[in-house]
Design a protein around this ligand. Structure first.
Ligand code: CP3
Length: 341
C-alpha cells in the first residue's frame, strides 16, 4: 500500500490530508523522556535500535501518517571533524567554531557508509518494521543552517559571526558552504539508498537573512544540493523557517514540496509557490491552548488549503516540549476527520 503522504507529495488525490509533525519524536512524549533518562541524546542518535524505537513512538502514540528519522541536523557536523555536545537547556555546542581558512580546510567530507553508518542502519531497521502505509522521511540541515552552527559554535541571536564571514570573506564563506553542500548531498543520497522515501531539508535560520543576501550568498548552494538529489527520484521537502517574505526566492530551489511557517496564510503561500505540494502551517503554540482552539485553528488551516491535492498538514515549526501529547493526538484526529474528500 502506497503511503498517502507520498501521494500528497506528488499532488495526487488522497482520501484525507496526511499529517506529520516537525520534531514529533521528542520531550513532549513521556515515552521519549523515559528513554532519555537512561541515555544521552547523542547515544540515542547513534544507536540504531534506539533510533528505531524513538522514530516509531509518534507513529504509534499520536497516529501521524509519516515517520521522520530520529537524529539531528548536527550529526554530520561531528563526522566533519567538529566536537559536538548537547547541554541541558543550552542546546548544541560545536567546538572549536570554524572561523579561519585553516579551519575550513580541515573540515572533512565524511563517507556516510563508514562514519554515519548508525543512521543508515537505523533507516534499514525502520523500513523493515514500519507499516507499509507509513512513509519514512530522512533529513538534513540546509547548507547555510549547518554552516551557521559550525561558525557560531551554537545557536545564535543575531548570527553575527556567520554574517561577518559572509560579508567580509565571501570566498571563504563559499568554500565552507561548498563543503557542507557536498557532505549533505552524500549523506542524503546514502539515506535514500538505505530506504528513506522522502527527504526534508531544514533551513531553520533562513529568517536571519535579507531576501537579497539569501539570493546572493545562500540560494546557489541549496539549489545545487536539490538539483543533485533529484537524480534519486524521491520527494524533496524544503522547509525554510522565517522566509515567508521571500518565498518567491525559496521557490527557485526547485524542491518537490515546500514547508511554510505560520507567518503567511497557506493560500497566499501557495499562490506564490505555484504548482507544488505544500506542507504546514499551524502555529505550534496552538497546541498549548484548549482542545476547542486546537480544533478551530486546525480547521482554519484546512480551509486555506481548500482540499486541493498536495497539502501535507504540519506545524509551522517544531512541536514544543511542553505540548500536551493528547493535543497532538487530537490534532491528527481533527485533520483526518475534517479533510475527508
Ligand atoms: O522531527 C523529529 O522528530 C526528528 C528528530 C529531529 C531532532 N532535531 C531531534 C532533537 C529533527 C528533525 C531535528 C532537526 C533540528 N535540530 C533542527 C531543525 C529543525 C528546527 O527546529 O528548525 C535544528 C535547528 C536542530 C538543532 C538542535 N537540536 C537544537 C537547537 C536542539 C536543542 C533545542 C531543543 O529542542 O532541545 C537540538 C536537540 C534535539 N534534537 C532534541 C531532539 C529530540 C532534544 C534533545 C533532548 O532530548 O535533550
Amino acid at each position: 500500500m502506497e503511503p498517502i503522504f507520498l501521494k500528497a507529495c506528488r499532488r495526487e488525490k488522497t482520501p484525507y490530508t496526511p499529517i506529520w509533525i516537525m520534531r514529533q519524536a521528542g520531550r513532549y512524549l513521556k515515552e521519549y523522556r523515559a528513554i532519555r533518562e537512561k541515555y544521552s541524546f547523542l547515544t540515542m542518535c547513534k544507536t540504531p535500535e534506539l533510533i528505531l524505537e524513538i522514530t516509531k513512538q509518534p507513529v504509534e502514540l499520536i497516529g501521524v501518517d509519516a515517520a521522520i528519522l530520529f537524529s539531528d541536523i548536527l550529526i554530520p557536523a561531528e563526522a566533519m571533524g567538529i566536537k559536538l555536545d548537547f547541554f541541558e537547556g543550552k542546546g548544541p555546542v560545536l567546538s572549536p567554531p570554524v572561523r579561519s581558512e585553516k579551519e575550513v580546510e580541515a573540515l572533512r567530507i565524511p563517507e556516510p557508509e563508514e562514519e554515519l553508518s548508525f543512521v543508515l542502519e537505523g533507516i534499514k531497521l525502520l523500513r523493515k518494521e514500519l507499516p507499509p502505509h507509513i512513509a519514512l522521511i530522512g533529513f538534513a540541515g540546509a547548507p547555510f543552517t549547518v554552516a551557521s552552527y559550525l561558525v557560531e559554535g551554537s545557536g545564535s541571536k543575531n548570527f553575527a559571526e556567520i554574517k561577518k564571514l559572509m560579508y567580509n570573506q565571501p570566498q571563504l564563506f563559499s568554500s565552507l558552504l561548498e563543503k557542507v553542500t557536498r557532505t549533505t548531498e552524500k549523506y542524503l543520497k546514502a539515506q535514500i539508498r538505505a530506504g528513506a522515501q522522502a527527504v526534508q531539508i531544514f533551513e531553520s535560520w533562513a529568517g536571519a537573512l535579507s531576501p537579497s543576501d539569501y539570493q546572493k550568498y545562500v540560494l546557489p548552494f541549496s539549489k545545487k544540493l536539490i538539483a543533485s538529489l533529484k537524480e534519486e527520484r524521491v520527494p524533496i521537502i524544503h522547509f525554510a523557517n522565517g522566509a515567508s517574505t521571500y518565498l518567491h526566492l525559496i521557490k527557485e530551489t526547485e524542491a518537490t514540496v515546500y514547508g511554510v511557517d505560520w507567518h503567511i496564510e497557506l493560500n497566499v503561500a501557495w499562490e506564490i509557490l505555484g504548482e507544488v505540494a505544500i506542507q504546514g502551517n499551524l502555529d505550534p503554540i496552538v497546541l498549548l491552548a484548549e482542545k476547542e482552539v486546537v480544533e478551530e485553528k486546525a480547521k482554519e488551516v484546512l480551509q486555506k488549503a481548500h482540499g486541493k491535492p498536495g497539502h501535507i498538514f504540519n506545524l509551522g515549526h517544531g512541536i514544543l516540549p511542553q505540548t500536551p501529547a493528547e493535543n497532538a493526538k487530537r490534532l491528527v484526529e481533527v485533520v483526518h476527520q475534517f479533510s475527508q474528500n
